[in-house]
Design a protein around this ligand. Structure first.
Ligand code: NAD
Length: 511
């Protein structure tokens, strides 16, 4: 842990990094939105916020850009995404470091987030030649029926603080190859990484040339009112919103009201089941990373450990020991595994949840604030394990902090019931060597989540798969598989080359 660190160094470092990536110093000064580092609590920059009117103008620019962009063949659109991937490769270290400074992630996770951006760019470049429709058997002779996928329009991207850049890229890389333009409202807690990404995008667009219209990628900075302006605008047919279930409850109905489409990626309350046959060494490592990594601030963070009675005493004391010895500190320092919480609100919410757990009969290990002398304006915590008498009280909700609730089970069906017995449905996992249990868990009567893993924790995902979850997680899917379809509109075309006019279903209508 670091004592007496010269925290002003973060501000200096941030400005240098951002200038290297092409952000002007002027855009870091004189605004009203404070960009704060959770590492030290210091203000790194003051960014300009967009007004409701400016947001509307930006949407107008994106709408005009879409009308041009959709006309370009999609493999050509893929070239822009390829160039974006190149910029991200070149500036991976700088952008990764900026993610650490602004969102508090440890170095490998900051870099990992940028790698995810690179990976989705690669994926989208390939996809740009694979936006396939179907040819469908028609009942009418001399006809052909087919399905075509067209660009949708402006895609509004609202993102959360905890994946400040990757979430944009999951959406934008796909949207661009699909022929859409993007208006991005990043979290008000992470405006700087968004400015850096915008600067890197501009470099890629300049290399691509004039075929990339101005307005293809707009960034609007600010809080909820800016987000609401985007959500309510009829020129934005698709809203992809990533954040809390509370946010999704507000955004979903508003988009539906105007018959827009939404891709909702909301909160998770992810569990792992540890069965009698589990490899406990592997389980321990899987659980420790999934539950403590990113200081418990991943949507896929492991929050509930459903442990069979027969392995409880062999696993839980070891886990408690691992929790107490993990290195907490400045995330950019070597060997740090746990960085800070994002802010004081996050800390207060964590403490409230721990109090509620105690009141419900829970036994709390850890959870206290640490490093408060060194960093009075930042919030570092000892990750908490809470042994619970059952799945009650705060266990049923997502608290965005490193709290792992442990509950016991005796019967496999009961374990599945506990796993599925919460509102969220994002990610889940089982540790087992029993093939029957593993297959049941991933089957229709098993986990009800969008992600169900075997012998690997619920946290993290590869971009090749569709990412998202069910129930209060919102049902949206981003990234791989056929997630691209949500960014396009589908048309069914029937072409009559017969010279006659046979009607479907044998209908006769001779005039
Ligand atoms: P948040 O809901 O507070 O904010 C997310 C974004 O929504 C921000 O940009 C915010 O300004 C905006 N917003 C909030 N209310 C809005 C409204 N009424 N209209 C329009 N925009 C609005 O979430 P957060 O604290 O930044 O992030 C943490 C949450 O995000 C957790 O619940 C986490 O599980 C979730 N998350 C989910 C995924 C996923 O893919 N499922 C990924 C990352 C984070």
């Amino acid at each position: 842990m670091t004592v007496g660190l010269d925290t002003a160094q973060f501000t200096q470092e941030t400005i240098e990094l951002m200038e290297r990536m092409g952000v002007t110093r002027a855009s870091l000064e004189g605004g009203t939105l404070a960009a704060t580092s959770p590492i030290s609590g210091e203000t790194l920059a003051m960014v300009k916020e967009d007004s409701v009117e400016e947001t509307s103008v930006a949407i107008g620019r994106a709408h005009d850009a879409f009308k041009q962009w959709r006309k370009l063949p999609s493999p050509r659109r893929g070239e822009l995404v390829r160039l974006l991937g190149e910029e991200l490769r070149t500036y991976k270290n700088d952008l990764g470091k900026l993610v650490s400074l602004e969102a508090g992630k440890i170095t490998s996770e900051g870099l990992g987030e940028v790698q995810e951006m690179i990976d989705i760019c690669d994926f989208a470049v390939g996809l740009s030649r694979q936006l396939y429709g179907l040819t469908i058997a028609t009942e009418r002779p001399g006809h052909r029926m087919m399905e075509t996928w067209h660009s949708s329009g402006v895609v509004g991207v609202i993102s959360a603080f905890n994946f400040p850049v990757a979430v944009w890229s999951w959406n934008a890389a796909l949207a661009f190859v699909c022929g859409d333009s993007v208006v991005w409202k990043p979290s008000e807690k992470t405006p700087l990484t968004a400015l850096a990404v915008q600067a890197l995008y501009k470099r890629a667009a300049a290399k691509f040339g004039e075929e990339a219209p101005a307005g293809l990628m707009e960034v609007i900075q600010g809080g909820r009112d800016v987000g609401e302006t985007l959500v309510d605008d009829k020129r934005v047919p698709v809203i992809s919103a990533t954040g809390s279930t509370r946010m999704g409850r507000q955004v979903g109905p508003r988009v539906a009201e105007r018959f827009g489409k939404s891709i909702l990626e909301l909160g998770g309350n992810n569990a792992a089941i540890v069965t009698p046959s589990a490899d406990l060494d592997l389980t321990l490592r899987g659980v420790a990373f999934s539950a403590m990594g990113t200081c418990g601030q991943r949507c896929t963070t492991l929050r509930r450990l459903i442990t069979h009675d027969s392995v409880y005493d062999a696993l839980i004391p070891r886990l408690i020991k691992a929790y107490s010895s993990v290195k907490i500190g400045v995330p950019t320092e070597d060997d740090t595994l746990i960085g800070p919480l994002i802010d004081k609100d996050a800390f207060d919410n964590m403490q409230k949840a721990l109090e509620a757990a105690k009141a419900a009969g829970g036994k709390v290990h850890g959870g206290q604030r640490v490093l408060s002398k060194e960093f009075p304006e930042a919030y570092y915590v000892q990750p908490a394990i809470v042994e619970m008498p059952g799945q009650v009280g705060p266990v049923l909700e997502e608290t965005f902090a490193p709290i792992l609730y442990v509950v016991r089970y005796t019967d496999f069906d009961e374990a599945i019931e506990i796993q599925n017995g919460v509102g969220a449905g994002l990610s889940s996992s089982i540790f087992t060597k029993d093939i029957g249990e593993a297959e049941t868990f991933v089957s229709v009567v098993g986990s009800d989540c969008g992600i169900a893993n075997v012998n690997i924790g619920p946290s993290g995902a590869e971009i090749g798969g569709a990412f998202g979850g069910e129930k209060e997680t919102g049902g949206g899917r981003e990234a791989g598989s056929d997630a691209w379809k949500a960014y396009m509109r589908r048309a069914t075309n029937t072409i009559n080359y017969s010279g006659a006019l046979p009607l479907a279903q044998g209908v006769k209508f001779d005039v």
